[in-house]
Design a binder for this molecule. Structure first.
Ligand code: ATP
Ligand code: MG
Length: 351
């Protein structure tokens, strides 16, 4: 495994300004000092989880280079994506492929689905002369029959088929990373498991790293090795999905986890929302974003932003309740992720 990560988000903050003037009310900190590392040489599945507005899509769009960080850097194969030469940029755009929430949006209803598959090949100048063969292969990889798929218009396919076409489209480009933002939220429950299985296969069979963005911890647990939990743009907890979901350490993660049905979860934490006074809920915080909702908020939580504390070798939580553990600087977050953890090298084949 190469020491240089494949893709790295390093101390990234993203502030959106909605009005013309820079008043605090006009500024949204969508992401604050967030770091993430996807290693080279080993494929991993990482979930980015959190409730609506927590910054998940912002993180994905930053990693895809669609928006620029306000602070911090995004590096692909060690190169800052804002400083790439033409060849580096082309490789990055091909090798990091998004799959979006709503496949309807990206389909032009007047083009046959073939168009969605041939256009990227043409744009990247890939597989000249054998496009058809490669397209059929990619469709088969995601369980679609080329004969029943090609030549059709989007409205002649089901939502699940459309979503699989998006996976096939991403696969065609032989990416190193697939970034799937709520890929199954528009798909009915019966198909959800199949598509998630296919995403998981990208990692285990094709050696492609997966970033799975979701508000749904159950599927994050099924599909991923690692998880990053976001709350109002801050990373509350990060590391092994097993640890974070089975035994969360941040009160926010506990709240999230307590609302999901896990088959054999034994832990109950007794986090009690009713202990929160109206005054607390209204109090503004310059420290932990979660303080107004935290039954265990202490005085320091309101004034200081908690760093990540490495509570386990493979997990960190940004909560002063765990300040007994060593501080993990944001940019060293890779240390608690699967492939960087000592004695826990990854297992999937390289792409
Ligand atoms: N272009 C933008 N301009 C201004 N504010 C934005 C913009 N994009 C996102 N935001 C704000 O940044 C915050 C994070 O948004 P983001 O889309 O990343 O959330 P999310 O976690 O993906 O939510 P969801 O689960 O609803 O998709 C929100 O408060 C959102 O309103
Ligand atoms: Mg989103």
């Amino acid at each position: 495994m190469s020491a240089t990560p494949l893709l790295e988000l390093r101390n990234v903050t993203k502030v959106f300004q909605s009005g013309v003037r820079k008043t605090p009310a006009n500024m949204t900190v969508a992401l604050r000092d967030a770091s993430l590392v996807l290693p080279d040489g080993t494929a991993t599945a990482t979930a980015i989880a959190g409730e609506s507005g927590s910054g998940k899509t912002t993180m994905a769009r930053l990693l895809l280079g669609f928006i620029k960080p306000s602070e911090g850097q995004i590096l692909y194969k060690g190169v800052d994506i804002t400083k790439m030469d033409k060849a580096q940029r082309l490789a990055y755009r091909r090798e990091v492929q998004p799959i979006f929430q709503d496949p309807f949006e990206v389909y032009n209803p007047f083009y046959k689905v073939d168009h969605v598959l041939t256009t990227p090949l043409r744009n990247f100048g890939l597989y000249a002369g054998e496009e058809q063969k490669r397209i059929e292969e990619a469709l088969e990889m995601v369980g679609l029959r080329p004969k029943e798929t090609l030549g059709r218009y989007p409205h002649q396919l089901s939502g699940g088929q459309r979503q699989r076409i998006m996976v096939a489209r991403a696969l065609l480009l032989r990416p190193r990373i697939i970034m799937a933002d709520e890929p199954v939220s528009m798909v009915d429950a019966s198909l959800r498991a199949t598509i998630l299985d296919e995403l998981r296969k990208l990692v285990s069979e094709f050696g492609i790293s997966l970033l799975y963005i979701t508000h749904d911890l159950t599927t994050a647990y099924q599909v991923c090795d690692d998880i990053v939990v976001l709350y109002q743009g801050t990373v509350t907890e990060v590391g092994s999905v097993e640890k974070v979901i089975r035994d969360p350490q941040h009160p926010y993660t506990r709240l999230l986890v307590s609302s999901i049905p896990l088959p054999d979860r034994t832990q109950r934490w007794g986090e009690d929302d009713s202990a929160i006074t109206e005054e607390q809920a209204r109090r503004s915080t310059s420290g932990c974003r979660f303080a107004p909702r935290c039954a265990r908020a202490m005085e320091e939580c309101w004034t200081q932003i908690p760093p990540l504390f490495r509570v386990d070798p493979d997990r960190a939580a940004s909560c002063f309740l765990r300040k007994d553990a060593p501080v993990l600087p944001s940019e060293q977050v890779g240390q608690v992720l699967k492939v960087m953890r000592p004695g826990d090298a990854g297992n999937a084949p390289a792409a």
